[in-house]
Design a protein around this ligand. Sequence first.
Ligand code: AMP
Length: 204
Amino acid sequence: MRLLLLAPPGAGKGTQGERLAAWSGARHIAAGDLLRAEARADGALGREIAAYQARGDLVPDQIVLDVLTPAVVEAAACGGYILDGFPRTLPQATAAAELATRLGVTLHAAVYLHAPEAVLTQRLLDRASQSGRSDDKADVIRHRLQVYAETTGALVPYYAERGILVSVNADQPPDDVTADIQARLARLPGAPAEPGDRPPGAPS
Ligand code: AMP
């Protein structure tokens, strides 16, 4: 199965991405994690990525595409992918769609997790004391939500127009969010027949 999770910070896309990967057999590709790993590496590129992340700004599209593309291509060849946090801009979405079309591995669905901004802010503030993330601070959290609203939010109509948007209420307990997503996806080609029940060799 090939999905992307489209969601503002704090909507739970990391948690849901891991669960959907276990459910479907597809690989969970978390853009933020891959970029954080790159940022920890020595060198100018790592420092540049770290600076964007610490400010809560989007890393430039070309860097994101260079880091993400090999992981997506590899996952597409073996069981599919759950993209978490990529694409986040229209140019990224266009580049990802062109690549997927060229490889014959286009998306089955874009899962949009939505919740009120006050809920997202509170969740991120609650997480801040434990996460150790440079961007989990009140002012940066506010900025990340603003960046989402100004830029990434435009991808909701983009995928709706392409007929693959699946909207799910993320303002409920994680198990209920997972159940809602699975129920909505179960009708797609390549979906596991039952939650947690992936037939061996199931098509991706
Ligand atoms: P996340 O772990 O998904 O919350 O992402 C953390 C940070 O990584 C974001 O605030 C951005 O700085 C950067 N990032 C993650 N994904 C992308 C992307 N697709 N495009 C640009 N920057 C990204």
